[in-house]
Each structure stands twice: as structure tokens, then as C-alpha cells.
Design a protein. Structure first.
Length: 91
């Protein structure tokens, strides 16, 4: 781990036995989370502006995780169809 600035930013270096690169890239941030509630989201997915607020409303003393199915925009053409099928099959 290297300190990058006078703020809270850190750069994690090294390797782990994690096969999925997206999970590997998120692990460092997850381990350093400073707040009781946080959002893990894929950059390829779209969210409405109030989605995070709605998810936070579901968090109560007896709820530990709120999950939502990803929203995929209806894009035109073959590539858009492949993307939609690909995202739906990941979950």
C-alpha cells in the first residue's frame, strides 16, 4: 500500500488469488470502507438518480444487504443486444 496524497487515497499493490478482475479491483476499496453504508456498482450499468436513496431506505437493523437487478438501456443494433444478454447472464 502506498500513500498518494495527504487525503484518504491509497494505492493497493500486490496480488491475490482472485480470478474475477472486477472483484479483485473492488476488494481494496471494500476493505478500506469508512462508512457503514456504501454502494458497489459496475460502471457499465445505469442507475436512476434516486436509486441509491431508495436502497438506503431499505436498510434497517435486520437488513445487511440490499441488491438490485441491473438496469440495461435498450440500445439499438447487434452490439446493444449482445451487451444486454451479457449483463443479464452475469447475475
Amino acid at each position: 500500500t502506498q500513500k498518494l496524497s495527504s487525503g484518504d487515497a491509497l494505492l493497493k499493490t500486490g496480488t491475490m488469488e482472485i480470478v474475477n478482475p472486477k472483484i479483485f479491483n473492488m476488494l481494496g476499496a471494500y476493505e478500506k470502507a469508512q462508512y457503514p453504508l456504501f454502494l458497489i456498482s459496475d460502471s457499465g450499468l445505469m442507475m436512476y438518480e434516486d436509486t441509491l436513496f431508495e436502497m438506503a431506505l431499505c436498510m434497517t437493523e435486520d437488513v445487511g444487504l440490499v441488491h438490485q437487478m441491473p438496469f440495461t438501456a435498450n440500445r439499438q443494433g447487434f452490439a446493444g443486444t449482445v451487451e444486454k444478454v451479457s449483463i443479464r447472464n452475469k447475475f
